[in-house]
Design a protein around this ligand. Sequence first.
Ligand SMILES: CC(C)(COP(=O)(O)OP(=O)(O)OC[C@H]1O[C@@H](n2cnc3c(N)ncnc32)[C@H](O)[C@@H]1OP(=O)(O)O)[C@@H](O)C(=O)NCCC(=O)NCCS
Length: 177
Amino acid sequence: MEIKTKRLLLREIKQEDAQDVLEELNDLEVSKNLGSVPYPCTLEYVKSLIDYSIQESKNKKRADYILGIEYEGKVVGAILLLMVNKTQGTGFLHFDLNRKYWGKGIGFEATQAMVDYAFKKLQLKKIESNPFADNIASCKLLEKLSFKKSFFIPKKEISKATGKIHDVQVYIITRDD
Ligand SMILES: CC(C)(COP(=O)(O)OP(=O)(O)OC[C@H]1O[C@@H](n2cnc3c(N)ncnc32)[C@H](O)[C@@H]1OP(=O)(O)O)[C@@H](O)C(=O)NCCC(=O)NCCS
């Protein structure tokens, strides 16, 4: 699948994108905010992630949508809609961007397009996102997208990159928001 926005192409990730993905994820400023990405990140890890993403894109009962954010011909980040349950109408939003491209509105443009796709095309009713509570950029981005603060879960997740235990701030948006 593909989603086009004004400046971006959200598309399936290919093995040819592995170096771009590695450049993005092998940065502690990025991975410290993510649950499952190790630091240092390796090409092997990235390739297995892309393998999973390709496999899942062919799955008729697809639950995980892992798309690359292509900007000016390069994959500069990823946008993920995970654990999609079409019966329940629910899914989880994740996102990450190469640090060189922060502050240009790319994160907002990509997440807005994915949320729109989830409500209009996948007919979801509710999307959740679970940033670490101290991840100000992420929390603010979700609020700009009209996500509402829900539960605060103390000591919920461990960052694989740093080993640090984080509180999680749950955010939710519904189709009617
Ligand atoms: C979160 C992330 C994707 C934001 O991407 P970005 O393209 O830089 O964000 P945008 O430029 O689209 O900003 C959108 C809004 O987010 C908020 N925001 C972004 N960066 C911010 C920062 N450093 N401090 C405070 N708010 C920030 C602002 O509300 C901003 O809107 P504004 O420009 O009108 O004020 C990026 O910082 C990132 O990849 N971080 C590391 C990985 C990560 O945290 N992923 C999320 C895990 S849940």
